[in-house]
Design a binder for this molecule. Sequence first.
Ligand code: HEM
Ligand code: HEM
Length: 184
Amino acid sequence: MIRNTETSWGSIAKLMHWGIAALIIAQIVLGLVAVGWRLSPTKLNLFIWHKSLGILLLALIAARLLWRFANPTPRLPADSPGWERRAAHASHALLYICMFGLPVSGWIINSAANVPLRVFWLFPLPAITAPNKALAETMKLVHLGLIITLCVALAIHVAAALRHHFIKRTDILTRMLPGRATST
Ligand code: HEM
Ligand code: HEM
């Protein structure tokens, strides 16, 4: 099944969920390695990879959100309490805010620091702000704050998925896994 139904995630949503999850984790590692590397041509290349992958992620995340709006979202189990529904909704919204905020704040850092942006050595992207040192410094803090928020939200997200699987014994986790088409 390509599309979502009221009870299950389709293959496109699953592919985007796990593909983007893997790329975000690689991107966090790449960002930390690039920041920690000594000043050298390798550091510059690590940053070109980081910025390019970040822009690619921005496009993938936008496509994912559009796909989500164009499809039904599978329902939570009928006996889920109201707080659990609200918590699921709020944590997914927070994950999306971080997923968009990170590449956008990164692009603003780059623009405000007046550094040219080339995506995978292929094509340039324009600056989205005028050069402004103070803005670049503020956006570095925003970028870091969003990383910390994303990591906390992700820890809650994974804990909730594992709680559903091992404690509540619902199929919330298995219905997001590849190859499982149906759900109750
Ligand atoms: C989902 C996308 C992204 C994630 C998860 C991410 C993650 C990270 C991480 C973990 C760091 C190291 C921690 C820090 O010092 O802030 C970092 C730093 C940085 N990122 Fe990103 N990033 C993303 C997108 C981007 C994009 C699209 C750009 C630019 C076009 C960018 C530019 C930067 C810059 C310039 C730094 C160094 C900041 C500093 O010197 O403090 N990032 N990022
Ligand atoms: C960076 C990593 C991750 C991000 C950003 C992320 C984000 C999201 C978001 C936004 C949703 C809501 C549905 C959607 O719009 O696609 C979702 C659903 C889900 N995620 Fe993740 N996720 C990540 C990693 C993981 C991991 C590691 C697990 C497993 C332990 C997991 C398990 C699930 C499950 C089971 C659902 C389905 C919930 C339901 O059916 O109602 N996610 N994820």
